[in-house]
Design a binder for this molecule. Sequence first.
Ligand SMILES: [Zn+2]
Length: 70
Amino acid sequence: MKVGIRITVILLLVLMLLTLCCACGKPFICDWCGYEKTGKKHKQEYLGQQLVICDDCYKEIKALIDAFSG
Ligand SMILES: [Zn+2]
């Protein structure tokens, strides 16, 4: 009985971890480069439009902004 509960808890934890991994590894189309990307995505608002930007483009844009403002 106790072993059964432990296995159920472990299974639930594994399922939770898998769900978390799926949430961050879900592919999306980057509005900046137009490629399908997985991994970290950044939501930015430009001129009232919601843009989804991949991590690579986000770094690029941030570097540009830093170059202009710094
Ligand atoms: Zn991109």
